[in-house]
Design a protein around this ligand. Sequence first.
Ligand SMILES: [Zn+2]
Length: 324
Amino acid sequence: MPSDSPHSSRKRRFRQDRSMLIGAAAGVILLIIFIIAGSVSGAKKEKASKPDGSDGVSSKVVSSKLEFEKKVVPLSDISKGSLILVNDSHPYTSATAGGSLADIDSEKNEYYSIRDIGMKMNDLALKNFNSMMNGFYQECSNRDIMVTEAYVSADRQNVIYNQALENSRVESKGGYSEHQTGLAVDLGIYPEEGKSFRYVPSGDYAWIRDNCTKYGFIERYRDEKAENTGIRDHGEHFRYVGIPHAWYMKENDLSLEEYLQALKKYAYGSKTLQVSCFDRNFEVYYIRARDESGSGNVELYVPVNCEYTVSGNNADGFVITIEK
Ligand SMILES: [Zn+2]
């Protein structure tokens, strides 16, 4: 056994000194970690409790680049906007007929005709329809398109419905036709020579079917989707929904019914739907309408400092579309 020599005792003392030193250093490091952790959690607490000026609710950040604020709108706005759904189970009840109606005859360009003087259409839809007819003419030098139906009042729709019944045809009752929104048109083809017929996507006329999404329109009633739209054999009907929505529906083979359902996956607070088309970038999300206070109003979250549009879905919520 080695004796406890002065040398080994020095060694032990040295070891003791060294372990004291290590212990002290570890203590200092722990202290520093505590201080840093404390200040970070303090900052977090401060951030979380900092009011944003709207009832103390902090605005949520959904994606890294966007910030949102609260906006209160009347619940009745649910039946306004370019994405409203009108079909057999979603009647159109808005008294304002989809915002402002424009007189087609006074706003139209020379690249198409209308069946009657006095026909009306939603002003935004008309502006985009004019652009589409301009594009069609530039590409095909063809002016054969005639608008055979546009905005239809509920009363007139009931007349159409009753006439159709007498002739064993199927038409929507007043309140259930998309034409009441002013966002839809039926197209006919009226060549200078030869017989007129309702729109079919053949020859030059295929250009409209192939390019309508660029102007925010969809072929609303494709026969393949008749099971969920409830309407078949109405291929001359085009509906304005807005560019990113039209493009996405066509790319993903969705009817308006299916698209609005799919958008519910992109509810506010989760991820947004990113749509890039025609050199433009959009973000889309859905907010369920909840009038919890019974005030007749609902709270939406809209982006701060960027352009956006709000549309009801005429069912249970709102769709916000941001252009980036
Ligand atoms: Zn129609």
